[in-house]
Design a protein around this ligand. Sequence first.
Ligand code: HEC
Ligand code: HEC
Length: 299
Amino acid sequence: MLRKAHMFKKQSGSYLHIGSSAVILRLALLTAVAAISAAMSASAADDRNPYAGDAKAAKAGEYEFRINCALCHGLGAHGGGRGPDLTRAQKKHTHNDAEMIQVISNGIPGTVMPANGTNGQGVGMTDEEIWQIITYIRSVEVKASANSAGDARHGKQLFYGDANCSLCHSVEGKGGHVGPDLTPVGGSRTREAIIDSVRNPSRRLAWGLTESTKEFPQEYETITVVMADGKEIKGVALNEDNFSVQMMDASEQVYLLEKDKLRSFKKSRDSMMPIYKPDLLSDKDLDDVVGYLISIGVK
Ligand code: HEC
Ligand code: HEC
């Protein structure tokens, strides 16, 4: 078990405000995206898949998928670094073919899921090609039972209790902020990827995918600084430019520091998250925690 101890003491009211010009820019961007989406959805009028169950279309779709989607959703649609596993029968945004062609045509605003043709890869696909991709996705889906999930209720107890995840992570608004909000993680990452994040936190650092105040996602790197007076602070990077850095330490204290006033500044790819070896969190308990995160993520 991790001990709660002193390093996790919480402090309130520690958030800083992000400049309002960034917010306005973002609003303008969202409006533009919405306008484009509206224009594009008109072209995806018919929402029944003309190729449903057609093996040849699935093959063509697999080819398209590899070019346009595998970068994020992985080969075989099993999920990759940034996109969810699409072989899971129970999906989050897309409960039928009509929703699926909408999502693939228009993207999912506020996430990195791009609208068709905006991925920097040519002119985009025709509706016909998108239907082929959907046929492909349907052909690789596995029924939920084959993906047996852990005991979500026990997982929730562990998350907020003995496993101490909630000291650093929030789910549905409850918990800490040193690590990313894990509300969407079960809907957007595979079981294997989540397990790997817990067993080997530093192998692939999380991106701040869901932090809507940021124009660009930033990795959760660990920063250690020594201030002019010799005091050392260690925390996660929230924002950084050439001159300043904004960081949060394990007690959720936020610092905005000018780099040229620091005695030293070090960035590292060793996660702030502790490595949970099986003697700290058994495979069975981890399965339950992942089951909990997935039950939240696919809601
Ligand atoms: C740049 C990365 C990226 C690319 C490229 C990408 N996606 Fe996505 N996609 C995502 C992410 C991230 C999500 C999840 C968004 C969320 O829920 O936060 C997603 C969600 C989806 C969903 C919804 C899944 C659900 O649970 O309902 C579908 C379907 C999908 N993508 C299909 C595709 C297809 C087909 C392509 C290629 C034409 C594609 N995506 C290309 C990142 C990507
Ligand atoms: C001391 C703080 C701390 C604790 C305790 C902690 N984490 Fe983390 N966690 C982090 C930080 C910081 C990151 C971002 C860097 C990284 O990816 O390792 C992170 C990343 C993650 C990610 C990756 C998220 C993504 O978007 O890919 C998952 C999943 C995760 N943690 C799950 C857990 C679970 C489950 C527990 C409890 C068993 C836990 N964490 C306990 C700090 C913590």
